[in-house]
Design a protein around this ligand. Structure first.
Ligand SMILES: Nc1nc2c(ncn2[C@@H]2O[C@H](COP(=O)(O)OP(=O)(O)OP(=O)(O)O)[C@@H](O)[C@H]2O)c(=O)[nH]1
Ligand SMILES: [Mg+2]
Length: 338
């Protein structure tokens, strides 16, 4: 795991006397370098990652879902790609664009309630710069849904205008919802339809079949099972999917992943004004997160509160993070921030 001790112990810098301008410049440069190091380690993981057991998940039902999804794409006008706002980079399917070709792709950053506004704004700006229309939603409570609905109706109008020119009758816009498992695809559909029509539960792999859902006479949605690439982009991304419960729990070791999560949070909390998480963590477990490595934190909490049961401790840590009990946290930053 990235060793942050150097960064932390150096966070107080003594500037030489009467060199305020030059010193400040140096400090800024030094901070930028540290920032880059931390962001790189958060996004890419460190060399030490290779020492940890690999997280890999590609069950048969996902392989099948990918095949069907490619086939169903012929039937849709628009694709709504749902990502987890806590890890927008790790929940972007690397092959999606090549499957879509010229088809319209809208990006939804869901779980907006689970990340700080600052992080959300930066991600929205970055994805917009990549040429996509972006929507931020909370599919659990329904925030941001109205804007999305309007955008889909707008897409439908453009399609029907082309149909009218060709002498065809108008029809509803056909939109497929795609994304990694457990990012909130079905919850989003339920919000768009205003009733619980698609099965939505807090575990990956709930939706197993493709299901057409008529939202109104203007919009028809296709719910789809979560997909992930056969080989995950990097171990750092794979671990983040595990932190966020976006891949099957059978594919990783809870203790390894919980330690890695704590290490990751030690990094992101330090850099991106997300340090409320340290206070919350201290309130809950009575430990200063910055004083120990992720592995040590797991060890200490297990000793102090769980009679040395490290598995139970790991499950508790993962559950608390996934419930958002340490406050809003975005676990990855965009490269454009570097
Ligand atoms: N806090 C929060 N929870 C959400 C949000 N959207 C969805 N959820 C919850 O996340 C869990 C997963 O949602 P689903 O809609 O089943 O996710 P999915 O992408 O359809 O998952 P699969 O069908 O397994 O691929 C559910 O418990 C939802 O209530 C959100 O914006 N914020
Ligand atoms: Mg689903």
């Amino acid at each position: 795991m990235a060793n942050m001790s150097g960064f932390l112990s150096c966070s107080i810098v003594i500037l030489p006397r009467n060199s305020s301008f030059c010193g400040l410049k140096k400090l800024k440069l030094w901070r930028t370098c540290q920032y880059k190091t931390v962001v790189a380690s958060v996004n890419e993981g460190s060399k030490d990652d290779i020492r940890r057991p690999k997280v890999q998940w590609y069950p048969g039902h996902i392989a099948k879902a990918e095949r069907v999804l490619k086939d169903k794409l012929r039937l849709v006008d628009v694709v709504l790609e749902v990502r987890d706002a806590r890890i927008p980079k790790s929940t972007e399917h690397p092959e999606l664009q090549s499957w879509l070709g010229e088809k319209k792709r809208l990006v939804v950053l869901n779980r907006r309630d689970m990340v700080p506004q600052e992080a959300l704004s930066v991600w929205i700006k970055t994805i917009k710069q990549q040429g996509f229309e972006v929507f931020d939603t909370n599919a659990k409570l329904g925030n941001g849904i109205q804007r999305l609905r309007k955008a889909l109706i707008f897409c439908g109008k453009a399609i029907n205008e082309k149909r009218r020119v060709k002498g065809l009758l108008p029809r509803s816009v056909h939109c497929m919802i795609v994304g990694y498992p457990n990012v909130g695809k079905s919850a989003l559909i339920n919000r768009l339809v205003n009733r619980a029509i698609a099965k939505s539960q807090n575990r990956p792999g709930v939706t197993r079949t493709f299901q057409w859902i008529q939202v109104s006479d203007q919009i028809q949605l296709l719910d789809s099972p979560g997909i992930i690439p056969p080989k995950l982009v990097s171990q750092s991304s794979a671990e983040k999917l595990a932190f966020c419960n976006d891949i099957g729990s059978g594919s990783y070791d809870n203790q390894v992943v919980a330690s890695a999560l704590l290490e990751c949070i030690r990094n992101v909390g330090t850099v991106w004004s997300q340090d409320h998480c340290f206070v919350r963590f201290n309130e809950r477990f009575g430990i200063d997160m910055l004083k120990h490595s992720g592995e040590m934190l797991l060890e200490i909490i297990s000793r102090k509160q769980f009679s040395n049961d490290k598995e139970k401790t790991a499950q508790k840590i993962l559950a608390e993070f996934r419930q958002g009990l340490w406050g809003p946290l975005c676990l990855e930053w965009c490269d454009s921030e570097l």
